[in-house]
Design a protein around this ligand. Sequence first.
Ligand SMILES: [Zn+2]
Ligand SMILES: [Zn+2]
Length: 175
Amino acid sequence: MVTHEHTDHIKGIGALSRRLDIPVYANEGTWEAMMPKLGNIAPHNVRVFQNNMDFYIQDINIQPYEIPHDAADPVGFCFYAQNKKISITTDLGHTNSRIIKAVMDSDLVILEANHDSEMLMAGRYPMYLKKRIAGRKGHLSNEDTGKALLEIIKGKVAHILLAHLSKENNYPQLA
Ligand SMILES: [Zn+2]
Ligand SMILES: [Zn+2]
């Protein structure tokens, strides 16, 4: 299941699919953007989904939803099985009511807490990269994530996992 074509998300996909002969799922925009970087993928392992249209892998129901990030057509996923819901949303510059609604009432929310804004700005990244990360299509700061979670915990969420923490601009304790 591929959310978007950035290298940190697709590096192992080609080898994994070839070695284990397993399918790769992505939307059309992501496929177009990542295809040249994957090497050969067997046609029967190329699976295409559409945003906001749910589909099944065996008994797991999957719902992809759009997120704001600087990639071709980035998404988050909700997984439903055995009366449980897991949502995974990383690599997004900001949240909105549509995303909050999608992840609401997950038994497990996996949400990006990418960076501490002060660490990012005081850090050694070049200015263009700082702006990209902090921008509307970059990554969530700890504060952004905290604000989103204040909404999400109004629902029946049981577990929250903070994900995609920057090695350079964050600490787990800060997140
Ligand atoms: Zn990423
Ligand atoms: Zn990304």
